[in-house]
Ligand binder design. Structure first.
Ligand SMILES: [Zn+2]
Length: 223
């Protein structure tokens, strides 16, 4: 396939994911976090320098280090498999055989085509076949996969796949509704639009089960 600049632009502007896995190289974890921060710091310095910014200004002097730390430790910290949340699952002793929905999980991710934020909500559901998972683990799984340069479709699939493995069932679903700042604040500048992606596994492919899940998402929770 010809990977010329036009082709690359088109992939990026249309937010096309090329794989269900993040395109991470084999040598991604040869450098330590500290070595990465040191290297990225110089890159950020170079960007600001090239843009003509005065890096001796007090307001800017700490920015390269701050951005480098933020990339490695925070917004892209989920690239490191060591940070994957341990799936604490339990036997379903109380025999709850219905659907469990965890809705409105906050998503903070980063578009891998523009490195701008993706902000939204994830709604996750599963039907237990004997194993249950701690509720906060579902939030942590969403958070872990969000902290990568991402594409929303891939994020949705990764959340479902991770829960399918942890729970030992295909009956898992996820819907994400999110705003992409690359669409909202630049390019077409459409501040109203949001992107919805969904992945329905196992019983959720069944129309009635899927509708039940989507109806729960619509519930207006008061407390
Ligand atoms: Zn983008």
């Amino acid at each position: 396939m010809a990977h010329n600049d036009d082709f690359q632009d088109e992939i990026g502007n249309n937010h096309i994911a090329t794989s269900a896995k993040n395109p991470v190289r084999k040598d991604a974890f040869v450098l330590t976090d500290d070595q990465k921060i040191e290297s990225i710091k110089k890159d950020v310095e170079n960007i600001l320098q090239t843009l003509g910014m005065d890096l001796t200004d007090d307001s800017l002097s700490g920015t390269p280090n701050r951005v480098a730390k933020m990339f490695v430790k925070e917004i892209f910290g989920g690239l490191n498999p060591n940070k994957k949340p341990k799936p604490s699952t339990f036997d379903n002793n109380y025999k709850y055989g219905e659907m469990l929905v965890e809705k409105n999980i906050v998503v903070y991710s980063t578009c891998e085509h523009h490195l701008l934020p993706i902000i939204g909500r994830a709604h996750v559901a599963y039907i237990s076949n004997g194993t249950v998972i701690g509720l906060s683990k579902m939030n942590r799984i969403v958070e872990y996969y969000s902290k990568r340069p991402q594409v929303q479709e891939r994020l949705t699939m990764q959340i479902v796949q991770e829960l399918q493995i942890a729970l030992g069932t295909d009956d898992v679903a996820c819907v994400i509704d999110a705003k992409h700042l690359c669409v909202n604040s630049r390019g077409i500048k459409d501040i109203e639009s949001s992107t919805v992606t969904s992945e329905f596994g196992g019983k959720f492919k069944n129309l009635e089960t899927r509708r039940e899940f989507l109806d729960y998402i619509k519930l207006d929770t008061k407390f």
